[in-house]
Design a protein around this ligand. Structure first.
Ligand SMILES: [Zn+2]
Length: 79
């Protein structure tokens, strides 16, 4: 077996905790971005009446439920 000093053990412990915290934060950020991307993909803003509605059909032209205008699906930067 190899021997390790108490200082080395404490440093190893702290580095391990930092790695776990960093990986947890990176995973949470990845999930948050994925969820936002999915939400933005399904939301459409009507160009005629500015009505925001959800459409998960995946079609490129989407009919507005309020005014009936056809809207192109574009990326929404902010909701
Ligand atoms: Zn509309």
């Amino acid at each position: 077996m190899f021997q390790i000093s108490l200082d080395g053990l404490i440093v190893l412990y702290l580095v391990g905790i930092l790695i776990v915290v960093f990986l947890s934060m990176a995973y949470a950020e990845w999930r948050r971005r994925r969820r936002e991307r999915r939400i933005r993909r399904n939301y459409v803003i009507c160009v005629i009446c500015d009505h925001v509605f959800e459409d998960d059909s995946g079609e490129e032209l989407v009919e507005c439920p309020r005014c009936g205008a056809l809207n192109e699906r574009t990326k929404i930067l902010e909701i």
